[in-house]
Design a protein around this ligand. Sequence first.
Ligand SMILES: [Zn+2]
Length: 412
Amino acid sequence: MYQISVKRIEQDLYDLSRFGYNENDQGVYRQGFSEADMQARHWLMEKMQQEGMTARLDGAANVIGRYENDTNRDKPAVMIGSHLDSVPAGGIFDGTLGVMAGLECVRVIRENAIDLSHPIEVVATSEEEGRFGGMLGSQAISGGITPDWLETAYDPSGETLKDAMARWDMDIHDVLHAYRHPDELKAFLELHIEQGPVLEARQIPIGVVDCISGVFKWVIHLRGKASHAGTAPMDMRSDAFMGAADFAHEIPRIIEEDGTDRSRLTIGRIELKPGFPHTIPGEAEFTIVGRDTCAEVMTNLANSCRRVLSAIARRHGLMFEYEEMSWLDPKSCDPDMVELLKSKAEARGYKYLQMPSGAGHDTQFMTDITKAGLIFVPSVGGISHAPDEMTHWVDIEKGANLLLDAVLELAA
Ligand SMILES: [Zn+2]
């Protein structure tokens, strides 16, 4: 069995973390299309070339390194990778691990002169963290981007995608050229940190992901009547907060009745108006984010939320409105890829857990054009999107070896 070098992956991850590193909070600031992000992309392309690959930046700013020979050039490629951008004050593993592990696989293949029937492509996708509200790179590759969205996408500061790309002499229209026809790809594999507490708590080094949660985001408005908190008797109020609180209290029951153990409902933001201690809140605006790994369950959860909200609104004399900000269906990883990863983990004697992913990943879009698989390694304390993000090197070694074994079989 071939072995990856975790020392080299470690060195690469530290080298890469310099792009966007902030000394004050030790976080990585490498948001999509920032200077640090674009510098990191050019650094990576050079590294790929040193490893005998051709490297290019596609129209969506995905870095694509290709390792091929004269005999396999025309065959569909096995693509490995993840994203290179980070959230503000992110850690050094999220996304980058999958990219650098992909590069390490190519190094091992090259050093050992392993003969492959298919080319390998290592991809570092762009803008996965959703600065502009999507997963630009992998959506572009899988054909999930519309011209209309490109024209209108903007980040929380109000900067448009168009301007952010123009700064690097990139044209939004070229994003559509990043699409890859299913014929060009044999499979896609991603190694990623779990970003949750499950693997560490169960002391299992490998997660084989079978599906990725869908997610919907709603903004709810409950409107009652703002009034003096002293003069309005308790039974003569239309208190919007009481409605919101009643709904929050119903969440466990909604999940019991219409969800599964993979369902999630979260109120992450709430605002009361007028927001004065001596005034009954006349309006409550809050978000509901719902997730599940099954499309039907997700729809049932959403319907149940709507029913409960309207009953609560009636009870408290409130008006109820909701706005759907986004709806992303759950995606299944390819069953053949799940089986391949499980059998390869068994062959190495690695304990693994077949599990869902509660967070979104590039893999979910790649499922649209090819057989896609996703490997998790444990996150210490379940922490990510923070400078404290960490995965033990011994677990990274296992994850990367598993990735290598799967790639070798797919490209053999
Ligand atoms: Zn990520």
